[in-house]
Design a protein around this ligand. Structure first.
Ligand code: 2P0
Length: 338
């Protein structure tokens, strides 16, 4: 056993999913998850991924348990991610990883964002590496792009960066959750896994969508509008730019060849219902990610009416309500065998 392996510990960390208001879609480097555009998100409360990592000298290969089941496919992706940490710490032993979500993995709630944020924190702490939040965000990004944002709470921006090594493509907090306590009502319209994952969808879009350059060229203006709306707590302005970014991302992806169509009928019904509510004066807007679920974002007083409207739609299977939450946090870290 090397000296580094002698000090191996185990750690447990928790992180929340985030929802992008100004969307990430497209990579300038696939291996490092470097985005072609910056993005801006809100971190949720209540829902979380909780991950424990134990580095065990007697373990030759990594073992990964997700929601109580051993997951061989994820073990490869997680193993490659942990290799970066092992290299940094000078440790070669395998890891025993247990991760669970307190929300349905297929609910379109970015479990890869919360999962890799929790894994980055638990894995680094288990190896005794002390990384600050920026270093953790850089690390989490390499597991899943949007995980860079789940390291932080509240309103978060992730810069596309310019460097080939990605050291400037990192998230940072803009405003804390308490600054503007928005509510998020998730209308679940399908629990089936999506046919085309985000990474593949982004690549197909970049290669074949005629709107790719317009998407990249207009992102900075959207980010500036969103930052200003958050700073001024101007709900109407945030609603306008967020729905624009969402619809623009889907239009971009729909125009890929073959076109990417992440919505079902209930997705459209929920989007229309949100717009009808807003026309009646209810402060709410929608956003939709690479899947069929609709996230309705509203001011706190409107949350009950929005949730009720979503529940009344026949194609909505479940409604999950949350507020804005904090960044990733360490639950415990201890020396192995302690
Ligand atoms: C986002 N999405 O900004 C966008 C909007 C989906 C639609 O980030 O390949 O799982 O791991 O970097 O982070 C989902 O993509 O993709 C995503 P990878 P990720 O939230």
């Amino acid at each position: 056993m090397t000296k580094a392996e002698d000090s191996v510990r185990q750690a447990t960390a928790q992180a929340h999913p985030n929802i992008a208001l100004i969307k990430y879609w497209g990579k300038r480097d696939v291996a490092l998850n470097l985005p072609v555009v910056g993005s801006l998100s809100i971190t949720l409360d209540r829902l979380h991924s909780c991950t424990t990592v134990r580095f065990l000298p007697e373990l030759a290969a990594d073992r990964v348990w997700l929601n109580g089941h051993e997951d061989l496919a994820s073990a490869r992706r997680i193993g490659r991610f942990l290799d970066r940490l092992r290299e940094r710490a000078g440790v070669r032993c395998g890891a025993w990883v247990e991760s669970g979500n307190n929300f349905p993995t297929a609910a379109g709630l970015a479990s890869s964002a919360s999962g890799f944020a929790a894994l980055a924190l638990a894995g680094s702490a288990a190896l005794g590496l002390t990384l600050d939040a920026t270093e953790l965000s850089l690390l989490a990004r390499q597991g899943s792009g949007s995980a860079a944002r789940s390291i932080f709470g509240g309103f978060v921006e992730w810069s596309h960066g310019e460097r080939a090594d990605g050291l400037d493509s990192v998230a940072h907090p803009i405003r804390p959750a308490q600054y503007w306590p928005l509510r998020v009502v998730v209308a679940v319209t399908s629990t089936a896994s999506k046919a085309i994952g985000s990474s593949e969808g982004m690549q197909r879009t970049a290669l074949t969508s005629p709107y790719q350059s317009a998407w990249v060229d207009t992102q900075e203006a959207d980010l500036a509008r969103a930052r200003a709306a958050i700073e001024a707590r101007d709900f109407e302005a945030l609603a306008a730019v967020s729905e624009h970014s969402c619809l623009k991302m889907h239009a971009l992806a729909m125009a890929a060849q073959p076109g990417l169509l992440y919505w079902n009928g209930a997705t459209l019904d929920a989007m229309h219902a949100v717009r009808q509510l807003r026309a009646q004066g209810v402060p709410v807007f929608f956003t939709v990610d690479a899947g069929p679920q609709v996230k309705a974002i509203c001011l706190p007083d409107a949350a009950n009416a929005v949730a009720e409207a979503m529940r009344s739609l026949s194609g909505v299977l479940d409604v999950i309500e949350c507020g804005l939450g904090e960044g990733a946090c360490l639950i415990e870290a201890e020396a192995a065998g302690a």
